[in-house]
Design a binder for this molecule. Structure first.
Ligand code: NZQ
Ligand code: ZN
Length: 391
């Protein structure tokens, strides 16, 4: 196991009706003037926004609101939010929604107290300071409720890029699984896929003997494989939703990633797809992951075979471990198909002729110099082949 530091100071309130304590938690974590940030309207239609406002009013906390965050959140609304927060002297940002709303909130929280352009943080500058952030999560997926990360798409050029820093870890996150019951099946499935991707990105490591982390990841993957189909079959299954929601947080607050190298090539390859086609991030990952894994499994056959036997219940073929490794990847593919995810370019709405554009943005965007690195370093030729495998 490699040396590491781990700082995860988010306070979690989990369970039914916990959103009604939002005002109490804003006060506890020092907020007096709040920006309530939300998305395209699901929280208005469900009545959640009204309940949150009531909770803040009861706690004597004033607020302004800014809705309209789109999935794959855009830079334009972040600039609007920064301006609003400065004008209204906001001292706390409360995200009510999914990963997109939370990430937009994080960008606003960092940008409000930064003299330069907030986009600097999305081109390599680490976030050291931000307004405090709270979240009320409505979809189990991105894990942004417990992560130090934010992903924003710059409208000029549609570049999707990430920023990071412990300052944008939420001070509190309210997780009520019942709030996710209104999700369309496709969004639920995309969330399940994203959570499983976060676990795979950390399972694919070049560090040896970090068994505690392997076992944590395997346990969370087994949970997703058990609960995913149950929630797709019955969207009102609170217990299944609860297990998925907590697994989503655990998968991405990095408790499953410390002490070892991680991958993130599937995410990097996917981010170009959701930037260009505006598809759901999880759906893009369903297309990306199997292709990446089939391309790189030979780098460490035993790691893939271990995943296949421990998680997917495959029989170890000691004479031909490659066969076991490939069986595990096929089992993942079948699972994703069974929950309604796309598995190829056509189903995602992606086009073969765009591959050179995707590869260029992938290998040269973000200050990269012709390749992406992770479990395996992939150059332009590798990335082109991987995108072609998705056709
Ligand atoms: O906008 P509204 O109307 O709220 O609708 C949303 C949106 O259309 C809808 N939705 C959310 N909760 C709902 C609901 N509809 C009905 N009932 C509910 N309870 O679902 C749609 C998708 O929402 P979004 O927030 O985009 O989903 P998700 O949480 O998957 O977030 C995706 C974004 O997070 C980024 C992705 O790249 C993508 O931009 N990621 C952020 C990470 C992080 N900050 O740590 C890590 C991830 O790997 C990921 O890259
Ligand atoms: Zn993700």
């Amino acid at each position: 196991m490699e040396n590491f530091t781990f700082y995860s100071p988010t306070f979690f309130a989990f369970g039914k009706d916990t959103e009604n304590d939002a005002g109490k938690y804003v006060k506890r974590f020092g907020g007096s003037k709040v920006l309530i940030h939300y998305g395209g309207g699901s929280v208005v239609r469900s009545g959640l926004l009204d309940r949150v406002k009531k909770s803040l009013e009861e706690a004597g906390i004033s607020f302004v609101t800014l809705g309209g965050v789109k999935p794959n959140p855009r830079s334009g609304l972040v600039y609007d939010g920064i301006e609003l927060c400065r004008k209204e002297k906001v001292d706390f940002v409360l995200a009510v929604g999914g990963g997109s709303v939370i990430d937009s909130s994080k960008a606003i929280a960092a940008g409000t107290i930064y003299d330069g352009d907030f986009w600097d943080f999305y081109t390599g500058k680490r976030i050291e300071e931000a307004l405090p952030i709270g979240t009320i999560l409505t979809i189990a997926a991105a894990g942004s409720e417990g992560s130090p990360d934010s992903v924003i798409t710059k409208e000029e050029g549609m570049f999707k890029r990430g920023a990071s820093g412990d300052a944008i870890r939420p001070k509190f996150s309210i997780l009520n699984p019942a709030l996710t019951q209104t999700l369309p099946a496709y969004q639920t499935a995309a969330g399940i896929t994203d959570i499983m991707a976060h676990l795979h990105e950390r399972y694919l490591t070049n560090s040896k003997d970090v068994e505690v982390t392997d076992r944590l990841i395997e346990g969370l993957l087994l949970t997703m494989i058990h609960e995913g189909p149950r929630v797709i079959e019955n969207p009102d299954n609170y217990e299944a939703r609860a297990n998925i929601m907590w697994a989503g947080m655990m998968a991405h607050n990095n408790s499953c990633g410390v002490g070892r190298s991680q991958d993130w090539n599937s995410h990097n390859i996917e981010h170009e797809l959701s930037a260009l086609y505006d598809c759901a991030h999880g759906a893009g990952l369903a297309v990306t992951m199997p292709a990446v894994f089939k391309y790189v499994y030979k780098h460490d056959v035993s790691r893939f075979a271990k995943l296949a036997t421990r998680v997917w219940g495959c029989q170890m073929d000691f004479d031909d471990p490659e066969r076991t490794a490939l069986e595990g990847i096929a089992a993942l593919e079948n699972f994703l198909k069974s929950i309604g995810m796309p598995l190829n370019f056509a189903e995602l709405g992606a086009k073969e002729e765009d591959i050179p554009t995707l590869v260029k943005a992938l290998c040269y965007g973000d200050g990269r110099t012709g390749s992406i690195s992770g479990f395996v370093t992939l150059d332009e030729e590798d990335c082109t082949k991987i995108y072609k495998m998705m056709i």
